[in-house]
Design a protein around this ligand. Structure first.
Ligand code: FUB
Length: 442
């Protein structure tokens, strides 16, 4: 990752400017988890939990989740994300233990001119409670209510507003799912809590997310059916169920990340799954990172299992630093990915092309009007990188020679760059190893 991108990420934390990252994970300057994505005012807003390292003086449970506040991120194109900074912290919540570091999975909904931010935290007696903070805009400021929601214990609130305006909150209580209607003020539950206890019972369930599509109510949730969580769903013709188990929408994480919190979102005609894994912390799954991938419904309303990708969603501009370590496909084990700096995962990854004809494909690069004149690569090692667009066996549009043990920028002229969106192929044609940080067109 070049200095400009690092600077942009640093500035983003301070000034809330945009950082272009359409790949997975899509926030890399900090750990993030439990993404609830919503569309407000035509933009996507992602309300996420925030995993951190144990701060000095931390006395809580060791090797566990450490979470003191929430950020919200927004994007219009799923490529340029703006970090709006901290929207709520444990110290601001009157009823919460300001040292519990237990600000777990949140949600945010809009009703009658106000944004209601729901969040779990520990109360001053150590109980797990759910609170509400109210804002006038999707990014706050959010003012927490003086007390937690009465009659509610548990974590992972999800609020669903039906077409008739009725609101329902589902959450996780004692490792199982429950639901209640909300009063019109959105601050209190209305009537009895319904236990959703007819779903497969063996193994913990948490993190519910509800939606309605074409008259079908979908209850989606992480479930430990085997050893770690996977995402399942159940359907009903009523928002309060009973829900019938319908399938798995995301398998257990290949990296072994134990939790799998998520949300589903339709934006500009495409459905997406927002979820998390442990990309920036491969050795410890309590420091997670949020991801997004496309999700599809079948004609019969069932959900097709989502394929997790590194490439993520959103077009990447040809003139940006294209992080090909987030590839769509590779030639096999001869192409490997590792951190640029093991001591700082937030600096991103590099791709090593080990040997002749090893290649990586990076889908959906936006060349706009085309006719770019050169390709620049930040790389080190010894070899030749051939650049193609569209097809692996398509014409070579540029060849970049790399020769140097230190990182440096190498470039070459490119010809016949067509307008539009194309898949990018990078192939190492020499026999040795070339490491690439990014590729960019000028
Ligand atoms: O992030 C803390 C907890 O881990 C969430 O509340 C659960 O859903 C799981 O993701």
């Amino acid at each position: 990752m070049k200095h400009t991108v690092r600077l942009a990420i640093g500035l983003a934390a301070l000034l809330h400017v945009s950082v272009a990252l359409a790949t997975n994970p899509f926030i890399t300057d900090q750990f993030t988890a439990d993404p609830t994505a919503r569309v407000f005012e035509g933009k996507v807003y992602v309300y996420a939990s925030h995993d951190i390292h144990e701060p000095p003086g931390y006395t809580g449970r060791k090797n566990w989740f450490v979470m003191e506040d929430y950020h919200v991120f927004s994007s219009e194109n799923l490529n340029d994300w703006t970090d709006h900074g901290v929207i709520l912290t444990q110290k601001d919540v009157p009823w919460a233990d300001g040292n519990a570091y237990a600000m777990w999975a949140p949600d945010c909904v809009y009703k009658d001119g106000k944004y209601y931010f729901y969040f779990p935290a520990k109360d001053k007696n150590g109980g797990r409670r759910i609170g509400v903070a109210i804002g006038d805009t999707p990014i706050g400021p959010f003012k927490p209510q003086p007390d937690y929601m009465q009659g509610v214990t548990g974590i992972d609130p999800d609020v669903f507003i039906d077409k008739d305006g009725s609101a329902y909150m589902s959450w996780s209580r004692n490792d199982a799912l429950v639901m209640a209607k909300l009063k019109p003020d959105m601050l209190e539950i209305d009537g009895d809590i319904i236990a959703l206890d007819y779903l497969p019972k063996k193994g913990l369930q948490e993190g519910p997310f509800m939606l309605e599509r074409k008259g079908v109510y979908y209850l989606t949730y992480p479930h430990v059916a085997n050893k770690i969580e996977r995402l399942e769903y159940a359907t009903s013709d009523s928002p309060t169920g009973p829900f019938k188990w319908a399938g798995v929408l995301l398998d257990e994480s290949e990296t072994g990340c134990w939790t799998s919190h998520h949300s589903l979102l339709e934006y500009q005609g495409q459905w997406y799954l927002f979820y998390h894994d442990r990309d920036l912390s491969p050795g410890f799954d309590k420091r997670r990172s949020i991801r997004a991938d496309k999700l599809y419904f079948n004609d019969d309303g069932s959900i097709r299992k989502v394929t997790p990708t590194l490439r993520g969603v959103g077009l990447v501009k040809a003139t940006s630093e294209i992080q090909i370590d987030r590839y769509s496909a590779r030639s096999g084990d001869a192409v490997t990915v590792s951190f640029l700096d093991d001591a700082n995962p937030h600096a991103g990854w590099k791709t090593a092309f080990n040997g002749a004809q090893s290649w990586a494909r990076f889908d959906e690069v936006d060349f706009a009007r085309g006719k770019q004149k050169s390709v620049e690569v930040r790389a080190r090692g010894k070899g030749e990188l051939q650049i193609r667009l569209g097809r692996a066996d398509g014409p070579v549009i540029g060849t970049v020679k790399v020769a140097g043990a230190d990182w440096g920028n190498a470039s070459s002229r490119v010809k016949r760059v067509p307008a539009g969106v194309h898949d990018l192929f990078v192939t190492q044609s020499g026999a040795e190893t070339v490491e690439v940080d990014w590729v960019s067109f000028r």
